[in-house]
Design a binder for this molecule. Structure first.
Ligand code: NAD
Ligand code: MG
Length: 379
């Protein structure tokens, strides 16, 4: 039995992880589940998967769900509850399916306890990649990518020597607005932005895909997961999301990983690595697909991607601030306070007044994150 815990169990990645668990009866034991505010789904999950430890966002929600779940389940709430579920159970692997840099303390706590991380929560690596990867090395734990592009690259690197690697290329679907001009982007609505052509995901990452911030976060995520510098990471537009990413070697060989877009495949691989288990995912028929398309990435059309590369190269707190400013800007857009194009303005404005701190400690990252959020709210 593989013992797992999930932080962010009621979201898109969380529910698909539990789908994978359900498809392999008797193979997984769910030791812990942490959710935010979706109390109904949380109760259903706890009744069905019987974790020993569980957590919700607030005391009020905890009081409400307590009588509805088995008495033996230890129920926590808030930040402390997240840490309990991430680090305080017998799980060997923790799936970080929470959204935003809010997942950082729990991820660090899980690593400190020697738990492997099936990493979906890319914001933790963007905000504190040097600390997360250093602690993982010290503790001898694996950071196994759940993100489809990173799972692809991880698979393409299997069995190869890193010194033979020339380049990594992340593919990008282009998000909801890939075919709109910047002029047309002025008046897009929240509803338009939430319609992703290929993937069904949480609201924040769907907006991030439309602004291309998601690909920016993924470039930084790739830098930390694979230890490759930014000059050797590329991004290519690929509307079909069939080629999930690829790597090039010094002999000119290119290895790509393909499949139909289904997050349950990379989630499952992160949980079963180095094994591959059965999956009922729709098989890829290249004959049926017929054609695949690729386009050069346009950094003028997608300035948030340019900014991500710039922040990544600067390093230090620059990426923490990029991420935090974006989290606030996206929340404000979803709240209908600002138009779509204001998201990139907010990120750029906050960065322009930030004094970057090199090699920051956890406290300094927390401080930069708070400052960036306040500044992004005030604009
Ligand atoms: P989501 O919004 O659907 O789910 C987020 C989950 O986290 C929910 O269960 C929510 O209740 C919980 N949560 C949020 N804030 C919390 C808090 N403060 N305390 C406790 N729980 C909290 O998001 P998602 O689309 O599943 O994405 C999760 C992460 O995975 C993100 O970092 C995203 O970038 C990454 N990711 C998602 C996909 C995808 O297909 N959805 C693909 C690749 C990577
Ligand atoms: Mg991705």
């Amino acid at each position: 039995m593989k013992k797992i815990a999930i932080i962010g169990s009621t979201g898109s990645i969380g529910t698909q992880t539990l789908d994978v668990v359900s498809q392999h009866p008797g193979e997984f034991s769910v030791e812990g589940l942490a959710a935010g505010a979706n109390a109904d789904l949380f109760v259903e999950q706890v009744r069905r998967f019987r974790p020993k430890t569980a957590s919700v966002a607030t005391k009020e929600i905890a009081d409400r769900v307590r009588p509805l779940i088995p008495a033996e389940v230890k129920l926590y709430y808030g930040e402390e509850g997240l840490v309990e579920v991430a680090a305080g159970t017998d799980a060997e692997t923790v799936v970080t399916a929470i959204v935003g840099s809010a997942g950082l303390p729990a991820t660090l706590a899980a690593i400190s306890e020697g738990k492997h991380i099936a990493l979906a929560n890319k914001e933790t690596l963007v905000t504190a990649g040097h600390l997360v990867t250093k602690l993982a090395r010290q503790k001898g734990v694996s950071l196994l990518p759940v993100d489809s592009e990173h799972s692809a690259i991880f698979q393409c690197l299997n069995g190869e020597r890193m010194e033979d690697l020339e380049r990594l290329t992340l593919t990008a679907s282009g998000g909801s607005f890939r075919d709109l001009t910047r002029e047309q982007l002025r008046n897009v609505t929240v509803e338009d932005a939430l319609k992703h052509p290929n993937w069904s995901m949480g609201a924040k990452i769907t907006i991030d895909s439309a602004t291309m911030v998601n690909k920016g976060l993924e470039v930084i995520e790739a830098r930390w997961l694979f230890g490759v510098d930014f000059e050797r990471i590329g991004v290519l537009l690929h509307p079909e999301s069939i080629v999930h990413s690829f790597v090039e070697y010094r002999d000119g060989s290119v290895i790509a990983q393909m499949g139909t877009p289904d997050m349950r495949v990379p989630i499952q691989y992160a949980l079963t690595y180095p094994q591959r288990w059965n999956s009922d995912t729709k098989r890829l028929s290249l004959a049926e697909v017929g054609q695949l398309h690729f386009r050069e990435m346009d950094f003028v059309r997608f300035p948030c991607l340019r900014l991500a590369f710039e922040c990544g190269k600067i390093g230090g707190t620059a990426t923490s601030v990029y991420n935090a400013a974006n989290e606030v800007a996206v929340a404000r857009f979803l709240n209908r306070e600002i138009p779509f194009l204001r998201i990139e303005h907010i990120i750029e404005s906050v960065l322009s007044v930030h004094k970057v701190q090199a090699d920051p400690s956890l406290e300094e990252i927390g401080e930069a994150d708070r400052w960036a959020r306040e500044t992004a709210r005030s604009l």
